[in-house]
Write a protein that binds this ligand. Sequence first.
Ligand code: DGT
Ligand code: MG
Ligand code: MG
Ligand code: MG
Ligand code: MG
Length: 261
Amino acid sequence: MANSKYEYVRHFELADSLLPSTWLVVRIDGRGFHRFSQSHNFQKPNDRRSIELMNRCAIEVMKDIKDIILAYGESDEYSFIIPKTSNLYSRRASKISSTVVSLFASNFVMHWSEYFREDQLLYAPCFDSRTVCYPNDKILRDYLSWRQADCHINNLFNTTFWALVLKGGMTEIEAENKLKGTLSKDKNEILFTQYDINYNNIDAIYRKGSTIIRKKTEVSTISPRSGELITRTKLIPTAVYDDIIGQEFWDAHPELLEEKK
Ligand code: DGT
Ligand code: MG
Ligand code: MG
Ligand code: MG
Ligand code: MG
C-alpha cells in the first residue's frame, strides 16, 4: 500500500521501551477514591465488597494477560508483576500501562453490581497507572514488601481510628489527635484494652491485603463426546491473604522467582 504524504507524522511517536531483563511492575490506583468511597458508602475501616470487586478485576486481568505471574492489592490499588524475560507488547511502557488499567477499570464497572447489589454505581470510576522496572529479585521483593507494609500501617491506623469514632463516640478530629504520634504497640493496646479487639485476629484479607497467584487447581468437565468426566490440573488466578514479606511465601512458591526461558 502506498504511503500517504501524511505518513511522516508517525515519526513523532517516540519509543518508550522498558529496560530488558528487568521485572516490570504495573501499579494502578483509584483516582479520587477518598471521595469515591464516601459517595458509595464504603464500610469503615474496610469494605469487603470493594476488596472482593478489586480482587475480581485483578483476576480477570490475569486471565487475559498471561504474562502476569502475581498481583498484589490493597486499598484502591493493585500491582501486577511481569517477569524479566517477558516481551509483552515489546515492553512498550504506555502500551502495557494503558492496557492493564483499561482492562481493570472496565471489569470494575462490569462486575460492580455482583458485589454491590442494590447499591448503584453513581459515576464512572477512574484509575491511573504506571509501569516501573526493577532490576533484581531482591528489589522486586522489597517493592512488594513496601506495599504490604503500607497495607499493614494503614489498616492498623484505620481500624483504631474507626473504633475510636464508631465505638468510642469520638469526633474524627478527636480520634486524629488521640492517634497523633502513637506507635503500632499503642494502637494495638487501645484496640485490646478499650475495644476487646486482638488486632492479630482480624481477618488476614484486611491485615495482609490480597495476593493473586496462579494456583494449581483440579478442574472437572464432562466430555461432550463421550460423557466421561475429565479432570485436568489448570493454573487458575486465585486470591490468597498471605504474608509476602517473609521468606516462607517465596519458599512455598519457588516458581515465582524462577527464570523463565
Ligand atoms: P488519588 O489516588 O491521588 O487520586 O487520591 P485517592 O483519594 O484515591 O487517595 P489514595 O489512593 O491515597 O487513598 C485511597 C482512598 O480510598 C482512601 O481515602 C481510603 C479509600 N478507601 C479504599 N478502600 C476503602 C475501604 O475499603 N473502605 C473505606 N471506607 N475507604 C476505602
Ligand atoms: Mg494516589
Ligand atoms: Mg487512589
Ligand atoms: Mg491508593
Ligand atoms: Mg489499533
